[in-house]
Design a protein around this ligand. Structure first.
Ligand code: PHB
Ligand code: FE
Length: 329
């Protein structure tokens, strides 16, 4: 994105009493103190624990506004229109809607991207890693002390074809800064042996996905490890709570590769409770396109998120030409 946009981020010139800058985007205002993030807009205001806010913000930034809706909680969030983004308050909350206090603005993606990146960088203290399990990071709280730019600007793994293919994303190792996580010490680290027919050398690749995921440093961060047209395999390792409530604009499949995750599933637009899905190792489920969901993982677990990356899907589903569920039996 252009330097002009970066220079355009509306932040206070000087820090507040706790050392943090205040930001605005359209009519939205953002500030933080030692414990909380404060948000306001023309029809209301909101407060969140700053660690939950930064964990959600980190994902929204790293995933470039993701598929559909990223709810930071039941009130505030973003909806991706792939080129522009809605920033909203109370829009997917029945009480706000009924009271007609919901509010949103549509902004160009580069503008919200740069603003959110600036907030994330300014508000993240030394020692806090918003992508890490709570067991593996220092706290988000306190008066401003340092920064953690390396953590908050981590490059997202996004294979063009598959991890391990020459010229594509690398396998993880101790040597490239990916030691085996404490919770996956029992996961075998041997790799498959590849016997290639003469003439196909350099065209066949294979790797151990379990071995690879055991070396993930982060939680709740699906990364693309293989691509076949619009079919994207996005596995991730999970511990504690998914920091966003994801509102789908397409169907997603979940394959629970190890341990267990409990999913709270709500109506995407009203937040009404729809289901609780308990997934144990080996379970497969599809999340419909009209729900939102948040996962709870009591132990570090491995989850394969299978996405359909087609750019046509949001419109096909919103117009009713494609159903919100994946299969007719
Ligand atoms: C999802 O919203 O489907 C999702 C997001 C992050 C994860 C897992 C699932 O780590
Ligand atoms: Fe999702």
């Amino acid at each position: 994105m252009s330097i002009d946009v970066a220079a355009d981020v509306a932040g206070s010139a000087g820090p507040n009493q706790q050392g943090y800058r205040e930001f605005s985007l359209g009519e939205f205002r953002f500030s933080r103190d030692e414990f909380f993030a404060y948000l306001s807009w023309p029809t209301g205001s909101h407060i969140m624990s700053v660690d939950a806010f930064l964990r959600a913000l980190q994902r929204d930034v790293a995933w470039d506004f993701f598929y559909g809706i990223v709810n930071f909680d039941g009130v505030f969030g973003t909806m991706n229109h792939y080129g522009t983004v809605d920033i909203f308050a109370g829009r997917y909350n029945d009480s706000y809607r009924k009271a007609e206090l919901d509010y949103y603005e549509n902004v160009e993606t580069p503008r919200i991207r740069e603003t959110f990146k600036s907030i994330l960088d300014d508000w993240t203290n030394d020692g806090f890693d918003p992508f890490a399990s709570p067991h593996e990071t220092g706290p988000a709280f306190g008066i401003k002390h340092g920064s953690n730019t390396t953590a908050v600007t981590r490059r997202r793994v996004a294979a063009q074809r598959m991890v391990g293919v020459p010229g594509d994303e690398q396998l993880r190792s101790d040597g490239n800064g990916h030691p085996v996580n404490r919770m996956f010490a029992d996961v075998p680290q041997d790799e498959p042996e590849i016997e290639v027919e003469p003439g196909f050398e350099g065209e066949v690749a294979a790797f151990s996905l379990f071995g690879y995921l055991a070396r993930s440093q982060v939680t709740w961060n699906p990364s693309v490890v293989s691509v076949c047209k619009d079919s994207l395999f996005c596995p991730t390792t999970e511990e504690y709570i998914l920091p966003i409530i994801h509102g789908n604009d397409r169907v997603e499949w979940f394959l629970q590769l190890s341990d267990m995750i409990t999913w709270e599933v709500e109506d995407r637009d009203s937040g009404g409770v729809r289901a609780r899905v308990v997934m144990k190792a080996g379970d497969v489920c599809a999340m419909p396109a009209d729900i939102r969901h948040q996962g709870y993982s009591p132990k570090r677990s491995m989850l394969l998120v299978w996405e359909n990356g087609s750019a046509d899907l949001p419109e096909l589903i919103a117009s009713g030409r494609t159903p919100t569920y994946p299969i007719d039996f």
